[in-house]
Design a protein. Structure first.
Length: 265
């Protein structure tokens, strides 16, 4: 795997990179940064390079204040939608920030810089019931991913979304993948195919795409079934029952299974 470019000492907007942050949950390189205002912030390297994050949040607050006093449209309902969108994505003190900006959801530069551009792209809100909706919840706010939608339409659009409970919160499976760094496809398989509980699914080490590691060897369930002479469906059932890897692979279903396992060691 290619080493991440060292950003230590570089400036991005108001942020100066101090050092890299290493975490088992971070799927991409993240960096501890010092803001010119004195606050600090941990930011993904990709967000620094693209400029989507240029301060600890103070820059966005200043822009909101500036827009409120200059464009003359602060009385329209769409303006409240715009400010709310920016706050939950770019102001860490906002109560909704952990579910948006905290997991990488941002507002595109065009909208973040200008309410007029946001209003031009989205148009007037059709009714008081309509709110802004992202068609792809894994992506941020921008002209190609947003529309006005009623609560009924939003519920219908999200009817196929998978929800799970984690740390006392109800979140989508895609949000859980982003927060923990476990690939979405792997997480779906662990929880919905193999029946793992959520805590086990997010904490089990990643040894490769769909692989199970035991005694220095990594294979998927089909390969372990062939290697040990145990039926694949038996192994799947053991996974769903929450068996440990050792018990799952070493417990024979009949004498021939035990004999074959010993011969492969």
């Amino acid at each position: 795997m290619r080493e991440a470019l060292d950003l230590t000492g570089r400036r991005f907007g108001r942020l100066t990179v101090i050092h890299r942050v290493y975490s088992s949950y971070a799927a991409r390189p993240t960096w501890f940064c010092q803001c010119d205002c004195g606050n600090s912030k941990i930011v993904r390297g990709a967000n620094l390079k693209t400029g989507s994050v240029a301060s600890c949040g103070c820059l966005v607050k200043e822009r909101i204040i500036s827009m409120n006093t200059t464009h003359g449209l602060s009385h329209v309902p769409e303006y409240n939608v715009w400010t709310g969108m920016i706050k939950r994505c770019h102001v860490p003190s906002n109560k909704d920030y952990p579910r948006y900006g905290g997991r990488g959801i941002t507002v595109c530069d065009r909208w973040k810089e200008s309410f007029e551009d946001f209003y031009l792209d989205m148009g007037p809100r059709p009714s008081a019931e309509h709110s802004i909706e992202r068609e792809d919840n894994s992506k941020g706010y921008g002209p190609g991913n947003c529309k006005w939608a009623t609560p009924v339409e939003q519920t219908r659009n999200r009817s196929i979304t998978k929800w799970v409970e984690h740390n006392g919160r109800k979140i989508t499976i895609s949000q859980l993948a982003e927060e923990t760094g476990v690939p979405l496809r792997r997480l779906r398989a662990r929880i919905f195919t193999y029946g793992m509980d959520v805590e086990t699914a997010v904490s089990r080490p990643l040894s490769g795409p769909g692989l199970i590691e035991y005694e220095g060897e990594s294979r998927n369930l089909h390969q372990w079934a062939d290697h040990l002479g145990i039926r694949y469906q038996t192994l799947v059932g053991r996974c769903k029952a929450g068996w440990s890897v050792e018990d799952m692979l070493t417990t024979p279903t009949k004498p021939s299974d035990s004999h074959q396992f010993k011969e492969t060691q």
